[in-house]
Every structure is written in C-alpha cells, then in structure tokens.
Design a binder for this molecule. Structure first.
Ligand code: SF4
Ligand code: MSK
Length: 671
C-alpha cells in the first residue's frame, strides 16, 4: 500500500524547513520527510508484535492468543522489545557520561590539552555531597577523586549508583522497597539484554520491573554524571543570548555545523574557531572567519553555554546541507542520519565523523582524542576552510529567531532567590497560589511521521495559555526557540495572566531552555528541590507536573520517559505506541500497556502513556495537574484570579485618563 506524499506545508510548520523541502523537491534530493512518505511503517513491528531475538523466528503475533515458535506470548514479546529499547537508550546516554568522566580524569591529571575546570563551585558542591574531602585541596585533586567515583559507577556490581542519593528521601525509600535501586549503570543494561535472550525472563511485569532499574541507572546515573561533568568542565549554564534556525548560516564565512551530543569536541571547536591562527587561515581563504552552528543536542550544549547559534533540530540536519553553504558537518554520536553522506555528495559539504564509536561509510574520519583536543579541532576547521573555495550557489533561508537559553537548575535557584538565599520558594509559592497552574517538561525528538515541530509547539502554546510553566530540552527546545517562546516579553503574548505576571516579575521567558536530551537529568534535580523547598508534598509524584515527548523517535526518549515515571512523573509520549498490540485486542495483549500506566502508577506514582492526538495530550496534562493540585489541597486553578498586577496592569493604567490613572495608582482622595 503506497503512502500518500505530503507537500512541504503538511510536512512542517517551520518556514525555513518548508523552503528547503521545496528546494529538495526541485533538485530531486530525498530527505527524511520524503523517505518517511515513501516508507509505510510496519504496523506489526511498530506495535511491538514482532519478535526476532532468535533464529526460530522472526515471529509475528497478529492473532489473538497466538504465540511465537517458543510459545512466547504477545505481552512477553512487547515487554522484551520495550526493555531492549530502554536499555539501548540508557546505554547511549550513559556511555556519553562515561566519556565525560574519563575526560574529567584526564583534565584533573593535566593530560587533556585545551580543557580546564570552569565551575569550581559545582565541583566542590558535588564532591562534598559524596563526602570527598574538599578543604585545602586544589580543584584538580578534588576532580580526580570525583572522576574516579563517577567512573566506578559504570562498572559497579553491588550497592547503589551514588548520584541517586540526590533524589528525595521518600523516593529513595520507595525504590528500595520495590527493589529497583540500580547497582551499577552497566550491570543493569547487561542484565536487560540477558533477561531478554531466548528462554529467559518471560513474565512481562517482571521484565518491566528491571526496565525501571535500567532506566534509573541512566537518569540518576549516567545522564546525571554527564550533565554534572559538562557543567564542571564547560561551565554551568546561565542565560545568554542566542539564535536558532537555518538563517544563522552565513554567506561570507566558512560554515561549520557540529552535530551529535557530546560537548567535549564541540567546545574545543568553539575555542579553535576563535583562535587567531584559524581566523587568519580563514581570511586567507577569502572568508571573514569561521561561523559555527549546531544541530540537535550538540547545538543545545554550545548554545546554552556559549550562545553559539543552533542551525536547527533533528529533522533539519540534511536541510542545512541543502543550503549549499556548509563547508563541513562535524558529527560525534547519536541522531546522525546516514543519509547525510549521500546528501553531502550533491554539494561540496564534507561530513566528518570524529568518535571512535561512529563511522559512516564514505564520510571523512578524523578521530577525536581528548588528550589532543585543541589540535584536532584546528585540524578539522582547516579541512572546512580549505573547502570554502568549492562552495557553489547558496540558498540560506532568512529565518532565525533570538532566544535566551541557559536555565540550569543552579541558575533557576539563583534567579528566584539571589546569591545569598538561592531558593525555589517563589516558584513553589506561585504554584501553591495558582498563579502557575503547574509545570510541564516538554522534551525529545522530531519525527517525520508527524508534522515537524507542530506537536511540540501546539502543546507548548496550549499549556502556556493555561498558565502552565514549560521547561524544555533537546529538539523540542529548538522548536520553541524558533517560534520565539524563549525570549522574555516576545513570548508573553501566548501566556496566561498568572504565569505572565511571574515571567514579568522574575524576568524570564515562559519557556525555559534547560539543555540537551542528556540534561533531562536537570529536570529531576529541579523537581527534587521543589519537593525539598516545601509546600508541594514530600515526593516528586505529588507535584502538579507532567512530562511530554510529543514527537519522540529515539530509544533514549524511552529511557528518559521510564526514569521520569520511576521518579514519579506522568509521562505522555506522542506518535507511535511500541506496545499498542492489535487494534482489536483482547485480554493478554493489553497487559504491557496497562502495566506501564496503572501498574507503574501504583508502584511509583508516575505512569507512561502513548497518546496520538495533540488535543488529548493537552487535556490529559491539565487533568493530571488539576488532580495533583486537588490532592495537595491547593486552590482550584482560576484563570480570572490573577493578571491584575505587574507590567500588564501598568500598561492598562498608563492608558487611563489622568484622574482615573491617579486613582488607580494612589487610591481615591480621602480614602
Ligand atoms: Fe519467535 Fe520465541 Fe524466537 Fe522470539 S524467541 S523469535 S517468539 S521463537
Ligand atoms: S538530539 S535524541 S532527536 S532530542 Fe538529543 Fe533531538 Fe531526540 Fe536526538
């Protein structure tokens, strides 16, 4: 059955993307959008009904009561498929964390060219959390001990991964009681693979119990370690001005796009691009310098720390090459499409792989090594500069939008309380009074099977209008950035009156950019502090908050969703449902879906649901927030109650006739 081909307007809401898709059609170049239209998704595999873990299969279970050759039931197969995806996602995040830990160790021992410890305060705070001595010690000595501790978390066999001790006490008790505290990051991933080998764990709920443990080893283990060390080495993010969309590419400069996830190389490329030697080299080639930009989460890493512009999110990687203006795309790990190489062949762009773990057939490979990072970064930039002379006609869209990213946990704490009394108190108070109805974390990927950026931004807009504060990471954050929701006043026209007052008073955009997909761990620590600051219950599941991944596509998104559920959050995933089963299913085939929703809610207070329709995502989010408000005894949300103070009230007053204005400001005379 051939699938209908969509036109660019149906494929994306982003004007720059639309323009490039029209160009791709004109040039006859395929993109993820056109390939998604050409490729009808397999509805058996997509719904988790196919097993191919042994040579007796693959077995497709399409009839009620049917089993695989080995007798495996649909619920066993769905649970096995799901945990394998979660384990792969956890492995990807955690391996990123491991590499960061090795880099920290090298920096501590003076073996990492070009790096330094930028956030000594965070280093000391974390070390003290883990009882590493800090007084009278040099940052490098402390960093060496912290690196050893973090490296040990991956191969640890017994005990618990130590960063999980930063979760609320009640939550840790719950995990202990249920028996899901992760012992070592790698151990849980390996056990997920062992349990799902032919002839092992064959009870869906038992398999999924371990899925929780594996995902917790990611969120409160590998991912949190990655975020901690990125902050120590490259600085904890604080607000900075940036730009997003393909319009950030320049005609007069050598364009280098960095794409992937790990900040170790991209941060060095940022440093190298500002080196006088490289600037002179670019000028000698006839360019005004090197213009760096990012795609996907590498973009988020350097955007939130250095203000380096984001050229786009996941589905814009091929389109950046279609501009004809990119001399080199430098990639490391995760979310890099193999199609980039074929697309680049139609232009002059060089695709340069850099990770020892990732090569792409026919791409150039310049291997990254943290011991010689700056030298390698310069070598890469020189390849790009040498390629400038080969540039042909360019088609750079005009679209680019300003944004203010960089809302780390630490910065929000400072922003709300100041240097001496940093606190989340004003945020908690605003939720308690109802000025802010609740909080939504909107995260995750793009997926060409939905209209690019539409689910992310439609959910964001609707929730903002309902006074829900939104925090975002990953490709979702770039979608909102492009729409202008991350720029103070510019985003406020979409915002409900209570939330608007808070944004105006504190001076924040209504959507807070919190980083890359590995930085979803920041959301966990923010929720923990909201609990600790009081007034919103004594565990994360009591907070009126919801997590959403409206356009998810990666296995990492499934791991993130699962550790958020285990931490107490209601998580809604858009798009496809990997445990959907048969449309006309009965009894057995509903076990996994029911278990990850009702079963997990009973155990952890959080639940995972796959919801296709945007309106349904919004209504379930608001219902959940209101349910949590009621359970805490907070006043029912009333959209008419607030919004009569702050800048908006002053604007109204300014417009009044002089007598009324005076009365509004100073009261009636004699009263
Ligand atoms: Fe089929 Fe069982 Fe082998 Fe899976 S494990 S492919 S269900 S025989
Ligand atoms: S890059 S995992 S598409 S968020 Fe982190 Fe974007 Fe999803 Fe990749």
């Amino acid at each position: 059955m051939a699938k209908e081909k969509r036109n660019p307007e149906e494929q994306t809401i982003d004007p720059a993307t639309r323009q490039m898709l029209e160009l791709a059609d004109e040039l006859g170049i395929s993109t993820a959008f056109s390939r998604a239209d050409d490729m009808v998704p397999c509805n058996i595999g997509g719904a988790g009904m196919c097993c191919k873990i042994c040579g007796m299969g693959p077995c497709r279970l399409t009839k009620d009561g049917q089993t695989g050759v080995c007798g495996a039931t649909i619920d066993t197969i769905q649970a096995r498929n799901l945990i394998r995806a979660i384990a792969a996602g956890a492995a990807a995040h955690s391996d990123h964390g491991r590499d960061m830990a090795f880099t920290l160790k090298a920096v501590a021992n003076g073996e990492a060219e070009g790096y330094m410890i930028r956030d000594v305060a965070k280093l000391r705070t974390l070390a003290a959390d883990y009882d590493i001595p800090i007084e009278g010690r040099a940052p490098e000595e402390i960093a060496n001990d912290l690196a050893d501790l973090y490296i040990a978390q991956f191969g640890q066999q017994r005990g618990i991964v130590v960063p999980i001790t930063r979760a609320p006490a009640k939550r840790q008790e719950r995990w202990k009681k249920v028996g899901v505290l992760p012992r070592g990051v790698d151990r849980e991933v390996v056990e997920s693979l062992h349990r799902t080998h032919i002839g092992d764990d064959q009870e869906a709920t038992h398999i999924l119990h371990h899925a929780i443990r594996t995902a917790l080893g990611d969120g409160w283990g590998g991912s949190l370690i990655a975020t901690d060390i990125s902050d120590i080495l490259f600085g904890t993010p604080a607000p900075v001005l940036g730009q997003a969309n393909l319009g950030v590419l320049r005609t007069d400069m050598v364009n280098v796009v960095v794409h992937g996830h790990e900040p170790t190389l991209s941060e060095m490329i940022v440093a190298a691009s500002q080196d006088p030697e490289i600037i002179a080299y670019a000028e000698a080639a006839g360019a005004k310098g090197v213009n760096l930009s990012g795609i996907c989460c590498t973009a988020n890493e350097i955007l939130m720390r250095q203000g380096i512009p984001a050229a786009g999110n996941f589905l814009q990687q091929e389109l950046s090459i279609l501009t004809g203006a990119v001399e080199a795309m430098v990639v490391d790990v995760q979310c890099i499409m193999q199609a980039l190489v074929r697309t680049a062949e139609q232009f002059h762009t060089k695709i340069i792989t850099t990770s020892p773990k990732v090569k792409i057939k026919d791409a150039m490979h310049i291997e990254f090594d943290e011991h010689h990072a700056l030298t390698i970064a310069k070598e890469i930039l020189k390849v790009a500069i040498d390629n400038f002379k080969n540039r042909g006609e360019t088609h750079i869209p005009d679209d680019k939008t300003d944004l203010v990213p960089g809302f780390s946990h630490e910065y929000i704490n400072y922003m709300l309380g100041g240097s001496y009394r940093s606190s989340f108190r004003p945020l908690n108070d605003a939720i308690m009074t109802g000025r802010i109805r609740g909080v939504a974390a909107i995260v995750g990927c793009n997926n060409p099977r939905s209209q690019h950026d539409f689910p992310h931004t439609a959910v964001t807009e609707a929730l903002l209008r309902q006074d829900v504060l939104v925090v975002e990471t990953g490709c979702s954050a770039i979608a909102s950035a492009k729409k202008g929701y991350m720029l103070g006043e510019a985003g406020l026209e979409h915002v409900g009156p209570g939330l608007r007052e808070i944004c105006e008073t504190v001076g924040i955009p209504p959507v807070l950019h919190m980083g890359s997909c590995v930085d979803n761990s920041r959301i966990l620590t923010v929720l923990t502090q909201m609990v600790e600051d009081g007034g919103l219950g004594d565990d994360i599941d009591e907070i009126p908050a919801v997590g959403l991944a409206p356009e998810w596509m990666s296995e990492k998104a499934l791991s993130i969703a699962t550790y958020c559920v285990a931490s107490g959050a209601y998580v809604i995933m858009g798009g496809s449902n990997p445990v959907e089963g048969m449309a006309d299913r009965v009894s057995d085939s509903t076990i996994v879906e029911q278990y990850i929703s009702e079963g997990w809610e009973e155990l952890y207070g959080g639940k995972l649901e796959f919801v296709k329709e945007v309106d349904e995502m919004i209504s379930r989010t608001l219902d959940h927030i209101d349910k949590k408000r009621a359970a805490l005894g907070l006043p029912e949300y009333d959209p008419a109650r607030f919004g009569r103070s702050g800048d908006s009230r002053m604007i109204e007053i300014e417009a009044l006739p002089v007598e009324e204005r005076r009365a509004a400001l100073y009261g009636e005379p004699g009263k």
